[in-house]
Structure formats: structure tokens, C-alpha cells
Design a protein around this ligand. Structure first.
Ligand SMILES: NC(=O)c1ccc[n+]([C@@H]2O[C@H](COP(=O)([O-])OP(=O)(O)OC[C@H]3O[C@@H](n4cnc5c(N)ncnc54)[C@H](OP(=O)(O)O)[C@@H]3O)[C@@H](O)[C@H]2O)c1
Length: 272
């Protein structure tokens, strides 16, 4: 791989690229650091509808093992993941892209060791944002040794809260009706003692966090392929922002090898 920025240009290995580099600029900051990551095509697609039921998933034409390795390395730094109710529905339907990181494959053993060396739990905890809470929690997820919470701005029935509590899952209720404000999410995660939150959800959650001024860093993989399609899904979905949010390029790497020789860029953008 080539590091294009910062200069000088240099050849660097993929493994360890995101794990060994400092995640948080100017540590220590006594607040939560929030970061997200997407892989997209040149035409900005992060998900496409797949037959037979037009279910939206990350296209196999952009997903690739080298990007997946970096996705896992980013999770290596996290003490909590932010995911969505949609992920749990996909998981139950057997349509989720994969289990939540850190993956159990031997290829990620070094990330698990890195976490131990750095005093982190074996697996990051997970917070699922949901308006509807219409999902089951798979047993396997409950047995991974993570603390699991659900954040909602709705009022779930008492029985549902009790049932979740019996499974060891807490439901945190927020003011509002439906969607939770990004600032409230960050305030609550901070109060719970978390320092590094990795958003592994999609465009609505990214909008929730970024529009509230809470997205510190965005990692973006751009696969050099055009996909087309009319079911457009890009990294952020929600109301137009009153003013653009500016991010500055911090890192840029060119990976000529993958996928299938098309090439891809790995970029990191930090909020100004
Ligand atoms: N290419 C990539 O790198 C990448 C990365 C992530 C996701 N994706 C794809 O993007 C698509 C959408 O993913 P996603 O559904 O996880 O992402 P999402 O659009 O961010 O999340 C959707 C769900 O999250 C909950 N939610 C979002 N914002 C909320 C808020 N402020 N308050 C309360 N609940 C909130 C709602 O759950 P309920 O419906 O339960 O109320 C909502 O339906 C999927 O096809 C996924 O595969 C692609």
C-alpha cells in the first residue's frame, strides 16, 4: 500500500495500519471520542438492494477482506460500538453482513491480544439505537461477554423491558419521541464511562451523530468501482444540515491490490 498523505509518499503494510496508529489526536481528552467507518463505491453507494426481497446490504462488489481487516482494527480501539435496531433484525433474519467485531477468526487474534495489552475488554460493549425495538436478541450475541444496552426515545412496554433485563440487557430511555438526539447519546455514553465509541451503524445513525456535532472522525474506504442503481444509499441520511460540517484529511492510503485489482483508497477525516 502507498501512503499518499501525510507526505512523504511511502510503502506501508496494511496490517496494523489503523491498530498501531493513535486514534485520538491530542490525548488525553476527558470526553468521548466518536468515530465511524464506511466502505463505498466511486458513485457513493454503501448498500444496494439484493434479490429476492430487495433487502439492502453492503454490496459484495465493494466489501473486501482488506477493508474488513481495517474495520476490525478500528473496532480494536473501541470500548463501545454504536449499532442499530436494523442490524438486530438483519441478524435474526440471517441477513447481517457478519457478527459484530472483534471477529473470532484467527486472522484477528492479534487485535484481541492488542486489546488485552492495552487494558481493554475482550470485546467492546454494544449500544443499539432503536425507535421501534422490534427485534429479538440472539443468544449468541448475549454470550459474547459484552455489556449490551438499548437506547430509545420511545416508551417500550414494561414487559419488554423486564424481559430484556432478564437477559442482562438494559434499556435506556431518552426524552423525545422516536429519534434520540446525538448529543444525548454522547452524554449518556460519557456518563457510563466510555471513552471511544465506534459507530458501525449506517446513514441514519451517522446523521444523528454528525448533525449534532458529535462525529470526531470519519474513516472512508472508496472502492474504485461504479455500481449504478436507483436505490441510492450513501453514508448520511437525514435532514439537510443548516451549514456544512467541515472535515480535514488526516490520512490517505492507496491500495492497488484490492478488490480484484480495481484499487481502493483508505481515508481518515477529522472534524475541524
Ligand atoms: N458500506 C458500509 O460501510 C455500511 C456501513 C453500515 C451500514 N451499511 C448499510 O446501510 C444500511 C442501513 O444500515 P443501518 O440500518 O444500520 O443504519 P441506519 O440507517 O443508521 O439505522 C437505522 C435504524 O437505526 C435506528 N436509529 C437510527 N437513528 C436513530 C436515532 N437517532 N434514535 C433512535 N434510533 C435510531 C432505527 O432503528 P429501528 O428501526 O429499530 O427503530 C433505524 O431504523 C444497511 O443496508 C447496511 O448494510 C453499510
Amino acid at each position: 500500500m502507498l501512503r499518499l498523505y501525510p507526505q512523504p509518499v511511502a510503502t506501508v503494510p496494511l496490517k496494523g495500519l489503523y491498530l498501531d496508529a493513535p486514534l485520538v489526536p491530542n490525548e488525553p481528552a476527558e470526553r468521548l471520542f466518536v468515530y465511524g467507518n464506511f466502505v463505498m463505491s466511486l458513485d457513493g453507494r454503501i448498500a444496494i438492494a439484493q434479490p429476492p426481497n430487495a433487502h439492502q446490504t453492503v454490496p459484495s462488489t465493494t466489501a473486501n477482506p482488506r477493508d474488513w481487516r481495517l474495520f476490525q482494527e478500528l473496532a480494536g480501539h473501541a470500548d463501545v460500538l454504536i449499532s442499530s435496531g436494523r442490524y438486530l433484525r438483519d441478524l435474526a433474519a440471517g441477513q447481517a453482513q457478519d457478527s459484530l467485531p472483534i471477529g473470532s477468526a484467527g486472522a484477528f487474534a492479534d487485535i484481541r491480544r492488542w486489546r488485552r495489552r492495552n487494558g481493554l475488554a475482550a470485546q467492546p460493549d454494544v449500544v443499539f439505537l432503536s425507535e421501534d425495538l422490534d427485534f429479538p436478541l440472539p443468544k449468541a450475541l448475549l454470550q459474547e461477554g459484552r455489556t449490551i444496552s438499548i437506547f430509545t426515545a420511545n416508551t417500550p412496554p414494561r414487559e419488554q423491558i423486564a424481559e430484556l433485563a432478564a437477559q442482562g440487557v438494559s434499556v435506556e430511555r431518552f426524552v423525545g419521541n422516536g429519534r434520540i438526539d446525538g448529543k444525548d447519546i454522547v452524554a449518556r455514553l460519557t456518563a457510563l464511562g466510555y471513552r471511544r465509541a465506534y459507530c458501525v451503524a449506517g446513514p441514519q445513525v451517522l446523521h444523528t451523530l454528525a448533525s449534532a456535532g458529535c462525529l470526531d472522525t470519519l474513516f472512508l474506504t472508496t472502492v474504485h468501482r461504479l455500481l449504478g442503481g436507483s436505490d441510492f444509499s450513501t453514508i448520511m441520511q437525514g435532514a439537510l444540515l443548516d451549514a456544512p460540517l467541515d472535515y480535514r484529511l488526516r490520512w490517505l492510503y492507496y491500495d492497488a491490490a484490492s478488490p480484484a485489482g480495481a484499487g481502493q483508497m483508505f481515508a481518515r477525516y477529522d472534524c475541524r
